[in-house]
Design a protein around this ligand. Structure first.
Ligand code: SF4
Ligand code: SF4
Length: 441
């Protein structure tokens, strides 16, 4: 057997093995369409590639043609090809007031001083917010997916998270320990990862990402936020794949609540530990206690890139993560933002925009928003939809190709789309083929 025949058999076997592995992981992921199509492709490819070789016994010259084409395509898929775009962050001159975020605005009750004051300053938001306020409360009777027992269970988890709100900060030990930066950074990261975080990073805290005034939470509404900490230890927690797959139904919200609780259980003792070392530290937890804009800080900490869907996209788990953080003056070594091709891929993919039932996600290009170039996102439409269905929806997270589990086949695709425009075009098309362009729910 010559080198051309041997190459033909090796290449064909590798492709068949890839399809077998993809098919079996699709069965484990309960993706019947992908499993079925991979089986059809395996049979079709195997018959043509090996059947043609056995039946027609082509000359080495003719046999080398499919070999060369296949190797060339594989090369195009993995070789850096095309310019990799990065997130452009300019001068951010204005901090965001937490009173303006949708969660805060939803809490302003008509007839209260807060309501009157806020809408006197922001009359343009009154009509739209009043309409949102009239919808049933999140996880309450009247939402499309409301379930008396399960919705109450999720409510109780969120209530448990809120019970931590007064423990995010505390006394700092009077004796400040002298610590080696590298050693303490390593120790902090190990501690976070030991507590089931998926990933952890350190950001130099950009003051522009600290909210200017309190909008929710135990502190007085409108009080200035004076968080001057130098660093943020930020971590991701994985959202269970099968629960996210059930979006926009209740299980995704159960999972969000569970991970917010885990984030609180992790960040509060971490902040306490740092204060015991003699340094200020504050945990930032869900339920109105964030002083920082977590996705932006997580980007600075090298945990992922901001995607079209307005969530952080992490390299291994995509948007299927929740975030937690502790800000501190403990001397640490900061990480750097990463770039694994999300900006390029999101420019082509648009699957979240196609599937968003409320039309909140832009399908066009990026615009400059407060000094950061990103895709526009209509938070009012998204939040209105949450209240109408009674869950936190998450369909965009479910359909995002980066949310597939980090299996061999999905990681192989991720390695390609990191650098190659060819891989980005093929992968966006293949994701629609194997998983459907528009999901049914
Ligand atoms: S959570 Fe739902 S409504 Fe909101 S942007 Fe995502 S898909 Fe759209
Ligand atoms: S679905 Fe596509 S466009 Fe949307 S965030 Fe994910 S990769 Fe980007």
């Amino acid at each position: 057997m010559g080198i051309v025949e041997l190459s033909h058999i090796i290449i064909g076997t590798a492709i068949c093995l890839f399809l077998i592995v993809f098919g079996s992981s699709s069965i484990r992921e309960r993706k019947s369409r992908a499993a079925f199509l991979s089986l059809i492709m395996l049979i079709a490819f195997g018959s043509i590639w090996f059947g043609g070789y056995i039946l027609f016994k082509p000359s080495p010259f003719f046999l080398s043609i499919p070999n060369i084409i296949t190797l060339f395509m594989a090369l195009l898929f993995f070789m850096p090809f095309g310019k990799r775009s990065s997130i452009k962050v300019g001068d951010i001159t204005e901090r965001v007031d937490e009173r303006d975020i949708m969660f805060a605005r939803n809490e302003y009750e008509p007839g209260t001083e807060k309501y009157d004051k806020y809408y006197a300053d922001h009359p343009e938001l009154k009509k739209i917010d009043d309409r949102i306020r009239k919808l049933p409360e999140f996880l309450s009777h009247g939402g499309r997916y409301y379930d008396q027992a399960r919705s109450a269970e999720v409510q109780s988890i969120f209530k448990s998270v809120r019970s931590f709100l007064n423990h995010v900060d505390g006394e700092i030990d009077a004796t400040r320990q002298q610590l080696d930066k590298m050693a303490i950074t390593k120790e902090m990261k190990e501690m976070v990862l030991e507590h089931e975080a998926a990933d952890v990073g350190v950001a130099r805290l950009n003051p522009a990402y600290v909210y200017s005034r309190v909008g929710r939470g135990p502190e007085p509404w409108g009080a200035p936020i004076n968080n001057n900490h130098t660093y943020a230890i930020v971590f991701t927690l994985e959202m269970d794949y099968f629960k996210v797959e059930q979006a926009p139904r209740l299980p995704i919200t159960e999972e969000s609540a569970a991970q917010y609780l885990n984030a609180a259980k992790l960040s509060i003792p971490l902040a306490e530990y740092i204060r015991n070392l003699g340094y200020p530290a504050r945990a930032h937890i869900s339920g109105s206690n964030y002083q920082i804009m977590l996705p932006a800080v997580a980007y600075d900490a090298g945990l992922g890139e901001l995607g079209r869907l307005n969530y952080l996209i992490s390299p291994k788990l995509g948007a299927r993560v929740r975030l937690g953080a502790v800000t501190t003056d403990l001397p640490l070594i900061p990480d750097k933002p990463i770039n694994f091709g999300v900006q390029n891929f999101c420019a082509r993919c648009k699957k979240c925009a196609t599937n968003c039932p409320s039309g909140s996600i832009a399908s066009g290009g990026k615009t400059d928003i407060r000094g950061v170039e990103k895709w526009t996102f209509d938070i009012e439409k998204c939040f209105r939809y949450w209240k109408a269905i009674g869950t936190d929806c998450g369909l965009c997270m479910k359909v995002c190709p980066y949310s597939h589990p980090p299996t061999f086949t999905h990681n192989t695709v991720r390695a390609g789309i990191k650098s190659s425009s060819f891989a980005q075009i093929v992968s966006a098309w293949a994701d629609d083929l194997f998983y459907g362009k528009k999901v049914k729910f």
